[in-house]
Design a protein around this ligand. Structure first.
Ligand SMILES: NC(=O)c1ccc[n+]([C@@H]2O[C@H](COP(=O)([O-])OP(=O)(O)OC[C@H]3O[C@@H](n4cnc5c(N)ncnc54)[C@H](O)[C@@H]3O)[C@@H](O)[C@H]2O)c1
Length: 341
């Protein structure tokens, strides 16, 4: 199959590309390298070569021509702006880069006969759910994003659903990711040696921040809020290893290829939560570094608990996680960070 991956130079997209390069599919990456990393692409090119086009999705005419010149069968659409706090300060950036550019990409897909579309959405759009069901958040819950980032993704989901209703050949899979973490599971001489991982300045993702503190790149980190209604008072999240997340996307190829399957939305997480304190303890355990942690107030818009009900993706795609071990997630993130300083 001929597959286009937007945002394939970024953190999650590059982990999917790494897995796709071990298949027979023909791979092309489109990325403007705004947060994506050219070194990451050079590293995975060692697995197998692929096409890369440096292009911004806001260049509507060029994107249209590019799709017209290539007969893609499928698009994985990862590219986006992804910072919740920035989206509050600069909402238009998020509506332009996420919603408007996604709308244009879907339009170009329809015009050029690309009928399979996989979209990276987020658990953020469930908002602050009060009575969380005992098995976690399921896909039928009402959505209620509490920031422009989540809203920009929800609008894209709606546009995809309306498009699929109007164009019977067009099918989508929407994945709502929970908290993505960790780096490439790759062993050299029995030692965990990630080749790719998350590359970002001023990271806000907890596990990346904790690995930077353990390495002394930062001198301390914070727990934001210790008065949540959780077992130890800190926020609880469902952390999924990036390679397990990528493997769900591989499943989506067969899912969309099967004419019996319909467009659908799937949560993707482990269905198990860890508190901020538990994550910090895990990082200290695997690194054997006892770093400094401050307690600060809650951040606006942070719900107490976000845990996926993942029964739908397991049942309908046969997806099973391989790396659902918090210590392994922390260790891979740390080893990656250690390798790039
Ligand atoms: N990281 C997470 O925990 C998380 C959680 C939920 C959802 N997501 C979603 O997953 C997707 C990938 O996230 P990530 O963590 O890999 O982020 P990332 O910033 O590492 O990757 C995004 C990629 O998109 C590219 N890009 C951005 N705007 C572009 C444009 N206009 N044209 C072309 N390329 C553009 C960037 O250069 C980058 O390579 C995003 O859609 C994000 O919303 C991520």
């Amino acid at each position: 199959m001929k597959i286009l991956i937007t945002g394939g130079a970024g953190y999650i997209g590059s982990h999917l590309v790494k897995q796709l390069l071990n298949t027979n599919h023909n791979i092309t990456i489109l990325d403007n390298l705004s947060t994506g990393n050219i070194e990451t692409l050079n590293t995975i090119k060692q697995i197998r070569d692929f096409d890369f086009i440096e292009l911004d999705l806001k260049e509507f005419k060029k994107v249209d021509k590019f799709l017209a010149d290539n007969n893609f069968d499928m698009i994985f659409h990862f590219s986006a702006s992804i910072l919740v706090s920035e989206s509050v300060k600069n909402p238009l950036k998020y509506y332009m880069n996420n919603t408007v550019n996604t709308t244009n990409l879907i339009n170009c897909a329809i015009k050029n006969g690309v009928n399979k579309f996989v979209f990276s959405s987020t658990a953020t759009l469930y908002g602050d759910v009060k009575n969380i069901p005992k098995d976690g958040l399921h896909e039928k819950l009402p959505t209620n994003p509490i920031n422009p980032y989540g809203m920009s993704k929800l609008m894209s989901e709606q546009i995809l659903q309306d498009t699929a209703s109007a164009h019977s050949n067009f099918k989508f899979v929407i994945f709502r990711y929970f908290n993505v973490a960790g780096a490439d599971i790759n062993y050299i001489d029995g030692k965990l040696s990630p080749r790719i991982g998350q590359v970002v300045q001023n990271a806000t993702h907890l596990i990346k921040v904790a690995s930077e503190v353990a390495l002394g790149i930062r001198d301390k980190m914070a727990i934001f809020g210790e008065d949540y209604d959780t077992l130890d008072g800190s926020g609880v999240r469902d952390y999924i290893h990036v390679d397990d997340l990528a493997s769900a996307h591989i499943r989506a190829i067969d899912y969309l290829d099967d004419i019996n399957n319909k467009s659908d939305i799937f949560n993707i997480g482990y269905g198990k939560g860890f508190s901020v304190r538990e994550v910090i303890e895990s990082m200290k355990r695997v690194t054997k570094v006892d770093f400094r942690v401050n307690i600060e107030g809650r951040r606006d818009g942070d719900p107490a608990t976000l845990i996926a009900d993942n029964s739908k993706i397991k049942e309908m795609m046969g997806w099973m996680p391989k790396y659902d071990d918090l210590d392994l997630i922390c260790e891979s993130a740390y080893k990656w960070e250690e390798g790039i300083i």
